[in-house]
Design a protein. Structure first.
Length: 71
């Protein structure tokens, strides 16, 4: 593997970073609205910081488009 592995974040850590309740993040993940996650064989959901960043950038892009449509 050529790319260095990122530290994976647990659901609770990710929810805290995003300033939402863990249940909210869980709902987003289940509905496909949240950041990309990795489900382990034991059922734990893990998140890569770069995937969270990409997801947030996508949200910003959507908000900018909405603002432009209102002009």
């Amino acid at each position: 593997m050529t790319k260095e592995l990122e530290k994976l974040m647990k659901l609770n850590e990710t929810a805290k970073l995003l300033n939402v309740a863990p249940q909210t993040l869980w709902k987003w993940v289940r509905s496909g609205e949240g950041p990309v996650s990795i489900k382990t064989p034991t059922g734990m959901y893990l998140f890569q910081p770069s995937d969270i960043e990409t997801w947030l950038d996508g949200l910003k892009g959507g908000a900018q488009q909405l603002g432009e449509e209102r002009r």
